[in-house]
Design a protein around this ligand. Structure first.
Ligand code: DGT
Ligand code: MG
Length: 405
């Protein structure tokens, strides 16, 4: 279904869900400069300031022409989401092709270290600032702190076989009982996810091309079909928004039978993860619903869907004799939650946030990945398609590839 034409010209609209936001926009350079400042505020824990930048970037991402002094004056100066400070920075960019503060931020030691630390799975801004406060600046500092043997060649990443060797003994889950219960060292899981993230950093930094995302999906679905026939699934996240390369693979899984699905889905997350782990496809389980109660991994809001956040490794093939570790998130939704889960996990984060805000402020409804309800009488909607979710919310259809706000 094509994206509703009106949303392409709706760049001034208050909510990101009313506008088309392509992957690459005509003002991408400006958006990138402002993203540095947004990231800086996030790293410093200034979430309100970060959100203000995110909103400004959102408008710029949906503006369909190159911004010049003239179009800036005629179109952008009156928008409430562009405050005086942001406007000054946009003018700087029009003048010089860069934003002074963004360049200064990029060059600062603090920004560089905090960005580096938060690029490690398991380290969020708060922990990164703690490490910085303790005087740490580099990955080598973190390796010393966690007692991880450094790479044999300091100039190069560890070879895959060395990674595997170092990881032994760092496993978050050490196995499964015959009935699928993970065996793990209570209390050590959240402590271990950071060292695992450090050792795997070089591999997890390698972006995943679309063909490999699909290959991983096929392998997961093959195991799923063996375990539980009749499931349905969608690859969500950046892949679904058309990104040529992804940081991880996100898959939402449900069951095709609306009634039977209610019994089949609960517990399936654990069963599939155990199966993948036993076969050596999942090598690490960073979070598993019901087991890792402590949410050290994400500082943002969690939904209540069953999920496994894993590290995954495809078996070697003829064309790819050496495989590297990849991040895979498996999210399980009851049939009635499937389409809201698909929308929620397709993102972007900003698109999802504004979907919640639009539902609440404009429609008196509550949207999240689990479902759609009317606030005043708690009436629950049961959308049977993705389009229906947009219809119920009174929104024009926006293709996933236009949700890159
Ligand atoms: P990337 O970096 O290439 O993986 O890009 P994305 O957009 O796939 O980013 P990712 O994988 O972190 O998240 C995918 C989408 O899933 C994101 O746009 C919003 C949603 N999401 C991520 N984490 C959570 C969470 O903890 N709770 C909920 N409700 N949604 C989440
Ligand atoms: Mg993703």
């Amino acid at each position: 279904k094509p994206t509703n034409a009106a949303v392409f010209n709706n760049w001034g609209a208050k909510y990101a869900v009313q506008r088309a936001s392509p992957l690459v926009c005509p003002n991408q350079g400006l958006a990138n400069e402002l993203s540095i400042l947004c990231r800086d505020r996030e790293l410093e824990g200034l979430s309100k300031n970060a959100l203000a930048y995110e909103r400004a970037i959102g408008i710029i991402k949906s503006y369909p022409k190159v911004i010049t002094s003239d179009t800036f004056k005629s179109d952008l100066t009156k928008l409430p989401s562009l405050g005086a400070k942001t406007q000054t920075k946009i003018l700087e960019y029009i003048d010089q092709g860069h934003v002074n503060e963004a360049q200064a931020t990029l060059a600062s030691e603090r920004y560089q270290s905090l960005s580096l630390f938060t690029s490690i799975y398991g380290i969020g801004p708060t922990k990164a600032r703690q490490f910085y406060g303790m005087g740490m600046r580099t990955i080598a500092d973190l390796e010393r702190y966690y007692d991880i043997p450094p790479s044999p060649d300091p100039e190069r990443p560890r070879p895959p076989e060395v990674v595997t060797e170092v990881l032994k003994g760092l496993d978050v889950v050490s196995g499964f009982t015959p009935n699928g219960k993970p065996i793990r060292d209570e209390g050590r899981a959240s402590e271990l996810s950071v060292p695992v993230g450090i050792v795997l950093k070089d591999e997890l930094d390698v972006r995943i091309p679309r063909a490999e995302v699909e290959e991983m999906r096929d392998v997961v679905l093959h195991e799923l079909e063996e375990l539980q026939p009749g499931c349905v699934s969608t690859i969500v996240g950046g892949y679904r928004r058309g990104k040529p390369m992804s940081n991880d693979v996100d898959i939402v899984i449900s069951h095709s039978d609306y009634t039977k699905g209610k019994d089949i889905i609960p517990g399936l997350c654990k069963r599939l993860t155990a199966q993948l782990y036993r076969k050596g496809l999942v090598t690490h389980i960073m979070h598993l619903s019901g087991f890792h109660a402590h949410n050290a991994l994400r500082e943002e809001h969690w939904d209540s869907l069953e999920k496994a956040l894993t590290v995954f490794k495809l078996p070697p093939s003829e064309n790819n004799p050496v495989r590297i570790h990849r991040r895979v998130d498996l999210i399980f939704a009851l049939p009635e939650s499937y389409w809201t889960a698909v929308i929620g996990w397709s993102g972007s984060k900003m698109f999802q946030r504004d979907l919640r805000l639009w539902a609440k402020q404009e429609k008196g409804m509550k949207f999240d990945s689990v479902g759609l309800t009317r606030r005043h009488d708690s009436k629950r909607f049961l959308p049977k398609t993705e389009e229906e979710v947009f219809q119920i919310l009174g929104l024009p259809w926006i293709d996933p590839t236009m949700r890159n706000v």
